[in-house]
Design a protein around this ligand. Structure first.
Ligand SMILES: [Zn+2]
Ligand SMILES: [Zn+2]
Length: 382
């Protein structure tokens, strides 16, 4: 029976088994379905029964090459480690002293708890924790990033710090709840750009999940007009449904020329770069007006040549963001709960946990126009 010392369980509301199914990363690109003990929550932690988990492009990078995951100070391969970070579920057990949540609460999670004691964590920038990955052995600083530096969500249960949990309304489905953290990343980008974007013009480059929800969040914050550029008509059309005033297919038209022309020749106040494509920073800088601000939100794979002179001469500000700091995820959840936009438009496919490799194939190869692929751990009738 699952009964760790000091941990509160309620076998009537949420019986917890001793062991669970979990995928672990073997060699690069090798996922193995295994059986693990259900983990124990410590102080300020709860055990979450994972009900649904979305696949993120960063999961694909981690499974293929390792970073930004860092386990026990190194690469995450062959360490009995479970990836997956965009999950939601139900609180199943409470660590010692936890009274902020109750067993049975539906929650979605953000990824980074941070160490809570470094300079950046104290500023609310816990996704830039200075003790990233230091959560083991003699160097344990308590840093946690689910599915990056601690056990992740391609499993039936995970331990979470209470600071990473957001209660969700019963009106929000499991699938939609997995998208809160994606919208939270878009919200964090706009927060770092200054946040006061009502009536200001915004261009989003790249209609991936963060870009599409970047359009939705910018619109919900009052931005006008909002532009979205990309190569795939089906995704651009989703952007229009999420609030883009203008969409530009860059295979037909130069993105910079189109955005400038559609915004009176001056360029926009803000650009959110979500493509990570070669030349994207230069495009963003040329889409911006003088004094404009750019948020770089994509993990680009290769270094890029940047026209620094143009950026300096035009007093353009560049912000790199990682993840979802400053409690942005809570603000994103409020928008979603109050139906300010319909994030479910980007959820395209659902699989069961045992079919994770097939789900990953859909996400990676964009089979059947896949955008967000969600894996559920429980049969549909439950
Ligand atoms: Zn992600
Ligand atoms: Zn920290």
């Amino acid at each position: 029976m699952y009964a760790p010392a000091g941990v509160k369980v309620d076998s009537k509301v949420m019986p917890v088994p001793e062991r669970m199914r979990a995928w672990v990363l073997g060699n690069p690109e090798q996922l193995i379905l295994t059986d693990k003990p259900v983990p124990f929550p410590g102080k300020a932690e709860v055990l979450v029964r994972i009900d649904a988990v979305a696949i993120c492009a960063t999961d694909l990078d981690v499974i293929k090459s390792g970073p930004p995951a860092m386990i026990e100070g190194g690469l995450p391969f062959n360490k009995n480690w479970t990836p997956g970070h965009e999950y939601m579920g139900t609180v199943a057990a409470l660590g010692p002293g936890v009274d902020e949540f109750a067993i049975g609460d539906r929650v979605t999670v953000e990824i980074h708890a941070g160490c809570g004691q470094c300079k950046r964590c104290r500023m609310g920038m816990y996704t830039s924790c200075l003790n990233y990955g230091l959560n083991y052995g003699d160097v344990d600083k308590g840093h946690r990033a689910n599915g990056f530096t601690t056990q992740g969500g391609f499993a039936e249960y995970a331990v979470n710090n209470i600071n990473t949990l957001i209660k969700i309304a019963d009106t929000m489905t499991d699938e939609e709840a997995t998208l809160v953290v994606t919208a939270g990343t878009s919200m964090y980008g706009l927060t770092e750009l200054g946040g006061l974007i009502a009536g200001e013009s915004v261009a989003v480059i790249g209609p991936g999940p963060i870009g599409l929800l970047g359009v939705a969040v910018a619109k919900a914050l009052g931005a006008n007009p909002v532009f979205l550029t990309g190569t795939r008509d089906a995704r651009l059309e989703k952007g229009r449904q999420l609030g883009a005033d203008h969409i530009v297919n860059v295979t037909h038209e130069n993105a910079v020329d189109a955005v400038r022309r559609l915004n009176g020749g001056k360029g926009v106040d803000y650009v959110i770069e979500c493509s990570g494509a070669p030349g994207a920073v230069n495009d963003a800088a040329r889409m911006c007006n003088r004094g404009g601000k750019i948020c770089l939100a994509a993990f680009a794979h290769d270094p890029d040549l940047v026209d620094m002179g143009h950026i300096v001469r035009n007093n353009i500000y560049l912000f790199g963001i990682r993840g979802e700091g400053r409690s942005a995820t809570h603000r994103a959840e409020a928008f979603m709960r109050t139906k300010r936009f319909d994030a479910t438009l980007i959820h395209t496919h659902t699989f069961q946990l045992e079919d994770l490799p097939e789900a990953i194939r859909y996400a990676r190869d964009r089979i059947d126009d896949a955008i967000k692929v969600v894996v559920k751990t429980r049969p549909a009738c439950q």
